[in-house]
Design a protein around this ligand. Sequence first.
Ligand code: ADP
Length: 256
Amino acid sequence: SGPAEVVGERATNHGAVAVMADISGLKAIQKRNAEFVSSVSHEMKTPLASIKAYVELLADGDAEDEDTKDEFFRIINGQADRLQRLIENLLNLARIEAGVVQVNKVPLSVNPLLQEAYDVLVPAAEQKNMKLVNELSPLYLGVLADRDTLLQAAINLLSNALKYTPVGGTVFLRSRLNEDEIIIEVQDTGVGLSPEDCQKVFEKFYRVKKDKDMAPGTGLGLPLVKHIVEDIHGGKIEVESEVCKGSTFRFILPSV
Ligand code: ADP
């Protein structure tokens, strides 16, 4: 075989490989990341600007009496708390999303864990003159769970129920067995959510406009709960709500 033939052979073997990928998914992720960074920056800018402004007022001697000074310090402290909360929540969420949180799933009884979350919130309920009603199932409810994150999820839901319910309201904590599923429910007699808001509350940074003045928050609590329930525990989270009547946040875990 001469050189010409070799060239010919090569020529016939020349194929084309086209690598095609659908990048619409990637584009959507990039867009979401950009939006995320933009909301984080926005959320951080506001308290920082306020801290700076009040520090300047103090430095310029604009606070004439002790009461005014105290007021300025109180505002600075409150805004620093807000930043701290935001950063802690962001870190929690990022750690869980990145999978670097030590997740240690063991078979455990869910009622004592819920009781612990209940006990944590008793003082907050008393302070707001609210009833916290314990309706935990008398049955042994076994789940395969990571103690720390599941406790965090229960505390977040209870704390939201207390935050978004006016003084004097009631919050119920329930657990029950439904065939091979364990249902955990936090119901409140609070401000409730519209159907559109029910869809959006699990998105990062989403806060219902009309409720923003009711309680401080970051809009990261429910996304964290969703991650814990769905990604770590293979469960499902849902919300049922009616404006001005109240909300029920429910998560469902496979029973073991
Ligand atoms: P945060 O409470 O820090 O704002 P979350 O992610 O926990 O963030 O909640 C997002 C939003 O969902 C809240 O700002 C509030 O508007 C709404 N929400 C959460 N829980 C309840 C509830 N139990 N009743 C009414 N609205 C709620």
